[in-house]
Design a protein around this ligand. Structure first.
Ligand code: COA
Length: 172
């Protein structure tokens, strides 16, 4: 069946939490999304749902973060969280969400995206370990799992610093 990707709307909120609960097998990510939605930096167009017919089967969120170096702050996006319901994983729905989300983020003028995730999955979209740039994670992490993607040419070449996530991420 055909999968379509579109921005979330108000009537999707509880289903998005449910899809995340099912995918992660816990409630933390759904709660995180609900908290981030109340943050004024939340970008509705970058909270995307994957639909089969009228049913939401996946979700992805890109949220503004900064890369901080003493007093200098560079704006970027974090790709997190992302979910596809267990019965439909491995069919390419997640990839469609990533591709559509990255294209939308680029169109909105965002310059780069950071992700903490599977080191074999995200490189196919162009992500590279942040160690290739001068970017550090704010916590201990496997070097290859913390990745960055430039949405415009050399967007990260002059960027140096540590990623700072909004407080909601550490509250869960
Ligand atoms: C991660 C997720 C959203 C990917 O969605 P999907 O629709 O299954 O993704 P696709 O079908 O496009 O790609 C599946 C591929 O990614 C790999 N993959 C993706 N995330 C992975 C992970 N966390 N661990 C291991 N493999 C992963 C799969 O093994 C598969 O590999 P293949 O293409 O070589 O067969 C989905 O698997 C999911 O909801 N997982 C549980 C929640 C989660 O871990 N979210 C990511 C962290 S925010």
């Amino acid at each position: 069946m055909k999968v379509s990707i579109r921005p979330e709307n108000k009537s999707d909120y509880s289903t998005i939490s449910m899809v995340n609960d099912m995918a992660f097998g816990q409630e933390a990510e759904g709660i995180l999304i609900e908290k981030l939605r109340k943050n004024k930096k939340f970008i509705k167009e970058l909270s995307l749902v994957a639909c089969m017919g009228n049913e939401i089967v996946g979700h992805i969120l890109f949220f503004p973060i900064c890369i901080k170096n003493k007093n200098i702050e560079y704006n970027a996006l974090a790709l997190a969280p992302m979910s596809v319901i267990p019965e439909l994983q491995g069919l390419g729905i997640g990839s469609r969400l990533v591709e559509k989300g990255l294209a939308k983020a680029k169109k909105l003028g965002h310059k780069s995206v950071i992700v903490l995730g599977h080191e074999k999955y995200y490189p196919k979209f162009g992500f590279k370990p942040t160690s290739k740039y001068n970017i550090k994670a704010p916590f201990d992490v496997n070097e290859n799992a913390f990745m960055a993607l430039e949405l415009s040419k050399d967007a990260l070449s002059h960027v140096e610093g540590t990623v700072e996530y909004p407080k909601e991420f550490s509250e869960i």
